[in-house]
Design a protein around this ligand. Sequence first.
Ligand code: ADP
Length: 448
Amino acid sequence: TARRVDREVQSELARVSEGWQQRERRLEAPAFTDLQQWIQSSDWIVSAIYLPDDDPASSVYASKLPERTDHPRFLTREFLTATGTVRFSYDAEKLIARAEEVVRQLPLKNRPDGMHEQAEVKLVRSTPEQGLFRSGDGFAFVAPLNPPLAGYGVRAFVRTAYIGSGWENPRAISLWLSFIALTLTAVGGYLAHRGMKKEQETMNLRGALIANVSHELRTPLSMIRLGAETLRRGTRLTEKERQEIEDQVLREVLHLSHLVENVLDVARMQHRQTKALAFTPVYPRELVTSVVSTYESWIRSKGFTVTLQIDENVAEQSWDRDAVSRALLNLIDNAIKYSADDKSIEVVLRQSPEHVILEVKDRGIGIAAKDLEHIFDPYFRAQFSDTQTRRGAGLGLTLVQQIVASHGGRVEVESEPGRGSAFRLLFPRAGGTAEEPVTEFARAREAF
Ligand code: ADP
């Protein structure tokens, strides 16, 4: 701004001296009135003397003021013309007033890069301080002006309030950056913690898998091996003994394959590689009776009685037959395993307005309240004093729950330690379309 003011003042000076010289060229000898007109043509020139080179004695003097005053703000300046010299006094304040118009059109205003001018810019009498310095509640920058306005300067002032707010303030920026960094660190910490927790859970599961499953695998394997070796070497075995060993081997093989199936199914379902559950139309009644009758002799051989209670009106459902059969079998298996003297099992099939309900009740040892919330967790097994006799890997109920969930249903448990347990599988009812065939089926059976 100071440089622009300087340029503006220089061109004003050039304008007035050019004005005089044009007059001078038109005249033989400039007279008082010419000089008078010249000083009137500009508002900041106060008085002037014209000294012709060839005759200094005939110089003329003109002034706007009644008498000559040596006001401190009046400065003098002179310029050479073709025929002489013009020396004039001028009012610096008036020249400044012209310059102030320049200051008002500040170059910083509305810059295209979005910067906003926040400095107060004005012309001042030069202070001893120049350049950038702290002043009062802000920063000032004073640039001195060149002659003819030497002794004056352009002063730009920015309040600290501006510096102290907004994005351009380094303090605010560093505060924001620290805040963002802290937030990111916290998020990172949380994610790392969550990852570690997940990792820990996986490790625990793996530990449980190795502890439970390997034990469960080893026992039947050694029994099978022992049985096979006895059969091979035992030439002196009676037919009855041989039969018993064969039965034992077969039982262990069945147990083993049941266990392996459970482990694999749970793993598959956990990784959502559901061996594409095959939903087909299934008559729940038919499914329940067929599972129970298939395993009835085995159940009886354990000393148990099964009571079936079936609602004839249960409609045809779209289920994965094998999966639901496995769920039911796991529940029956548990009812047998976790019963003591009262060896009776009840299997109920009924329906509510929203669900088809499959229930397996026993009068066994029941489940302690603190264990109830865990029994569906993989590898969870309640602590028994006689763990040896109740074999299992803690996966049966996990699988049952997964199967029911993949049919859109849920599992409910009621249990009282010492009195028995009831596991209820609630499958959402298929929307009534299958009502007809079932009644048809029932009628057909009645007729038969
Ligand atoms: P597993 O039978 O192989 O231990 P499950 O997942 O089938 O595994 O069952 C988990 C646990 O739930 C069992 O260890 C047992 O403590 C408890 N449980 C399951 N069914 C019954 C039941 N009918 N009566 C009492 N406890 C049961």
